[in-house]
Design a binder for this molecule. Structure first.
Ligand code: ADP
Length: 492
């Protein structure tokens, strides 16, 4: 990229220099021609004003020894006078030519006498009649030498009596043009040389932040997730790139952190689940060994073994059922599984659950203090999941706080529906409170109640509440027992 950018910059520079040089070279040509013509014009005016006047005999010509020269004879400038003019105008003119012509374009005299530049006769005739029609002409001599010429008309009493053609070889100003070309060429070469040294350094310096981003990307790809690039304070493309790179690296790092956290949570969950499943499996294995070693022949022992295996199988299938429920709730939370949203009357769910429970535990006293005397209290969600939530709380109360009154309360405050179940059981030790909703967590109540839970019931309650945009909390009652509270967003 550095090489490409350097070459591109050098190419652009070269093109600009060439175009600029060509422009100067082209524009200079006409300018030099006009300049040469102006010089010739000035020489003519100076000589004619100071030295010679066609209107009267010329004194400077008279001093040549031939006596006073007659300027005009029969309406045409005389050759003597023309010689005089040529001498005066041609003096010290170098590659200049002076030609005196009659009004009809005929030659009167010329310096140099041969190989002087000539124009088509029509140009001379037109000039004699109407005056010079152009500032200057380009004329070739018989020998092929090209000159720039100007024409001036000699008049007597307003009538054209002849013409003076002053010329200078184009080689004079072409030389200037060639010199300019050489200077331009050398300057261009020199500039390109300097640019060829400096440009890669400047480009390299400008691209340095890009190199840093490349290095950081390589480090990031190799696992260095904490790698960041220095953000230049400029708001240009490279500054934006550096900031975007850092944002991307930070997002990647946090995503990977989240993933590794969730992976380690998942590993723990799987390890806990395997551990929990091993206990009933070990018991069943033991009972099978007993049966194999002869207990099968003893009807009492056989019944005991079969009952024990039945209990463990039941416990195991309940646990597998709970695990499956939790996995489904997890996939719904991460968006892998679609969630159901229907209008669910929480009060009706509680009433149904309590009625079912009264069949299983008819002696248990349950109070209902439901909002609006049990009038519909609606939330949006999955009816089966919410039924499971209510059932888990009711079963726990029955399991850990049998006997005393259980009280269901419900209500709505603003956009939140609250549902709670208070029991008069042993309550929950302070140490258990923060972990009571964790997966596989079983508290002391389980031991004293001789219950055989999986420790997944409250984890399911929390997952369902959170999956519905709500929360599950627990607190001990001042008068004893615990109160589990569920909050859910109300449906309109
Ligand atoms: P499980 O009942 O299968 O053990 P849960 O997740 O339902 O699992 O309950 C976790 C723990 O919370 C229980 O082991 C028990 O110690 C405690 N617990 C649950 N409900 C109550 C309650 N109503 N009163 C006292 N302790 C309770």
């Amino acid at each position: 990229m550095r090489l490409r950018l350097s070459l591109l910059s050098l190419g652009v520079l070269l093109a600009l220099l060439l175009v600029g040089g060509a422009f100067q070279y082209v524009v200079l040509g006409p300018y030099l021609q006009r300049d040469a013509a102006a010089q010739l014009g000035t020489r003519y005016s100076t000589v004619m004003a100071n030295e010679l006047l066609v209107r009267r005999p010329v004194r400077s010509c008279a001093t040549t020894g031939a006596g006073a020269v007659r300027p005009v004879l029969a309406g045409v400038v005389t050759p003597q006078y023309a010689d005089c003019l040529v001498r005066a105008l041609g003096a010290g003119a170098g590659q200049a030519s002076v030609v005196v012509l009659a009004p009809d374009g005929g030659l009167v005299t010329a310096e140099p006498p041969s190989d002087y530049p000539t124009l088509p006769v029509t140009e001379y005739v037109t000039t004699a009649q109407k005056g010079p029609q152009r500032n200057h002409w380009l004329a070739a001599s018989a020998g092929g030498q090209e000159s720039l010429v100007i024409l001036r008309v000699l008049r007597q009493n307003g009538r054209a009596v002849g013409m003076v053609q002053l010329g200078v070889s184009t080689a004079l100003y072409e030389g200037t043009r060639r010199t300019l070309l050489t200077v331009l060429g050398l300057a261009t070469g020199l500039l390109m040389l300097v640019a060829a040294v400096i440009t890669p350094l400047l480009v390299g310096r400008a691209l340095r932040p890009l190199h840093r981003v490349t290095e950081a990307s390589t480090a990031l790809a190799a696992g260095d997730l904490a790698r960041r690039v220095e953000e230049p304070p400029r708001a240009d493309e490279l500054g934006t790139l550096a900031r975007a790179f850092n944002r991307m690296a930070a997002a990647m790092q946090s995503a990977l952190n989240l993933r590794s956290q969730s992976e380690s949570r998942m590993r723990r969950f799987v390890a806990d689940a395997s551990h929990e499943l091993r206990t009933p499996l070990t018991t069943i294995q033991g009972q099978l060994d007993l049966l194999r070693r002869g207990a099968a022949d003893d009807p009492g022992a056989r019944r005991h073994s079969l009952e024990s295996m039945g209990r463990e199988t039941q416990r195991m299938s309940a646990m597998v059922e709970d695990l499956l429920t939790l996995t489904r709730l997890d996939s719904a939370a991460t968006g892998e599984r679609e969630t159901v949203s229907q209008a669910v009357d929480v009060n009706a769910l509680v009433a149904e659950t309590v009625e079912e429970q009264s069949v299983r535990a008819p002696e248990q006293r349950v109070d209902l203090e439901l909002s609006g005397g049990g009038a519909p209290l609606v939330v949006a969600g999955d009816r089966d999941q919410l039924r499971r939530l209510v059932l888990n709380l009711a079963n726990n109360a029955l399991k850990y706080a049998p006997g005393g009154t259980h009280t269901w309360r419900s209500g709505r405050a603003g956009e939140t529906v609250t549902l709670s179940l208070s029991d008069a059981g042993p309550g929950i030790p302070e140490a258990d409170l923060p972990r009571i909703f964790d997966r596989f967590y079983r508290g002391v109540a389980e031991v004293s109640a001789r219950a055989t839970g999986s420790g997944l019931g409250l984890a399911i309650v929390r997952s369902i509440a959170e999956g519905h945009g709500g929360a599950a909390t627990v607190a001990n009652n001042p008068a004893g027992g615990a109160t589990f509270t569920i909050t859910l967003p109300a449906a309109d």
